[in-house]
Ligand binder design. Structure first.
Ligand code: FAD
Length: 456
């Protein structure tokens, strides 16, 4: 290609002679070159603008902006944008570019201001959802610019998305709290609560971090803002909806431990139960891994003298199952006795079990509730008709929902291991302590489950 310098000279001559078209032709040749100086686009755009071709000029100015940006010459790109602003060329588009370029140049405050101006043009153009996106960028560029979040909430309201509006206002409350501007915190929180926020269990997020949740209450939908959100749903519902990685089920086939309902029976005559066990010691079993206090053995006497100790009926249950006399889900019924003795007792029963339930699936949970209901009644009838002491018993109550042993496991920075439990590992950031053997119920429906010693 002809040397750029010669082309430029010719273009200059054309301009001096008033031959605008000739000059344009020359500059068109210049910008065709791969390594063309971005400034050539500017010169070409200037000529096009002079000739009254605004659309062409915009294209060429933006090409110059793009080239400067690509070369990391953000200030040059900004200068071209500002020129476009002075010429009133495509102000909305240019504001967006100016914002992005300032952000790239590390000028967060300026970037935020341009994003906010850009958002206003989008609102005026009837694009409030896009405006909300720009306002988020404004806040990201300059986290002190909390007004951007408040304006974002208004933009979402204009877009008829009250859930997003509430989230933005909740995020504003948190941001003000972080900045120590407590006078603004309450105002934003109240406003967030007034907005009828979207779906139950929704999230309030700020810059990738969870800053609260949306809950459904008797008083309607509300936001619960928080500096830190601790997921105590047991199913990691909050973490999962926030996109945190998790595991569900065992690695090889995704199967989960069974769900159960522990229920209560009353008017149980434990003295008669113990008398029966004394006569039939073969009917109950000793909990695996259990060690009696020194000098004692796990018999009917010990059970009777130690209120609160559970009775594990086994053989009598197995026999009833084999003979088809009862439709019992487990081959053992655990009877939890009360920690005191005084007349007819109230006991808790751990005797139901349903396999193959995914506790994160509402349909499966419903199936579990119905099946558990049947199992509770079968166990109740069996005890009442078979075990002395239960003849006059009554079903006192069942839980409001099935109990889940295993659900989602958050893949956190650290995950508890079997070894941690077995050796009773200590953690410097522990928030609670528990003491119980490792208790894994068989996922395949076998009757036994593993208990090993250990506590944490
Ligand atoms: C029959 C049975 C016997 C068990 N026996 C033992 C045992 O002997 N020893 C042992 O260590 N462990 C045992 N487990 C396991 C133990 O109960 C659980 O591991 C433990 O309760 C889990 O505690 P958590 O606080 O994580 O969750 P949970 O106790 O399940 O508490 C979660 C709470 O969050 C609420 N919640 C959930 N989702 C939402 C939502 N979206 N919005 C609002 N609220 C929500 C729930 O209603 C619940 O109140 C047993 C479990 C069962 C079912």
């Amino acid at each position: 290609m002809e040397k750029a310098i010669e082309i430029k000279r010719r273009a200059q001559r054309c301009i001096q002679n008033g031959d605008l078209d000739g000059a344009l032709n020359e500059y068109e040749k210049l910008v065709q070159a791969e390594d063309s100086d971005p400034y050539n686009f500017v010169l070409l755009a200037d000529l096009q603008f002079k000739r009254g071709d605004a659309d062409q000029a915009v294209q060429r100015y933006l090409a110059a902006v793009g080239s400067y940006e690509k070369a990391g010459l953000y200030k040059n790109a900004i200068a071209v944008c500002k020129k476009m602003m002075r010429l009133s060329l495509a102000p909305a588009k240019v504001l967006e570019r100016l914002a992005a370029l300032h952000a790239l140049d590390g000028l967060g405050t300026e970037a935020a201001l341009y994003y906010m101006q850009y958002a206003e043009t989008l609102v005026r153009d009837g694009k409030p959802a896009e405006a909300a996106g720009a306002l988020q960028k404004a806040f990201d560029a300059s986290p002190d610019e909390v007004k951007a979040l408040e304006r974002m909430s208004e933009a979402w309201m204009l877009a008829d998305d009250t859930a997003q509006a509430a989230r933005a206002m909740g995020a504003a409350a948190y941001a003000y709290e972080r900045l120590g501007r407590l006078d603004q915190v309450e105002r934003c929180r109240k406003r967030a609560e007034q907005l009828h926020a979207g779906t139950m269990g929704g999230m309030v997020a700020e810059r990738g971090a969870l800053r609260g949740i949306v809950v459904e209450t008797k008083g309607g939908r509300q936001i619960l803002p928080g500096t830190v959100v601790v997921d105590t749903t047991g199913d990691a519902d909050v973490a999962a909806r926030a996109g945190a990685p998790f595991e569900l089920g065992r690695a090889e086939d995704g199967r989960l431990q069974p769900v159960s309902r522990i229920f209560h029976m009353g008017n149980v005559h434990l003295d008669r139960v113990y008398a029966y066990l004394r006569q039939h010691p073969e009917e109950f079993t000793v909990p695996e891994g259990w060690t009696p206090p020194e000098g004692r053995s796990y018999g009917a006497d010990y059970l009777e003298e130690t209120p609160g100790t559970s009775v594990l009926l086994q053989r009598v249950v197995q026999q009833a199952q084999q003979e088809g006399r009862a439709n019992l889900p487990k081959n053992v019924i655990s009877i939890y006795t009360p920690p005191y003795r005084s007349g007819p007792a109230e006991v808790a029963l751990n005797a139901t079990r349903i396999h193959g339930i995914d506790p994160t699936d509402p349909d499966e949970l419903t199936r579990a509730e119905l099946e558990c209901e049947r199992q509770v009644m079968d166990v109740f009838r069996f005890l009442k008709t078979t075990i002395p002491g239960f003849e006059e018993s009554r079903l006192l109550g069942t839980p409001y929902q099935v109990g889940v042993r295993e659900s989602r496991r958050i893949i956190g920075e650290y995950m508890l291991t079997v070894d941690d439990v077995l050796r009773g590992a200590d953690f410097p950031d522990a928030v609670a302590r528990g003491a119980y053997p490792l208790d894994i119920h068989d996922v395949a429906g076998l009757t036994r489950y593993a208990i090993r010693k250990g506590m944490i």
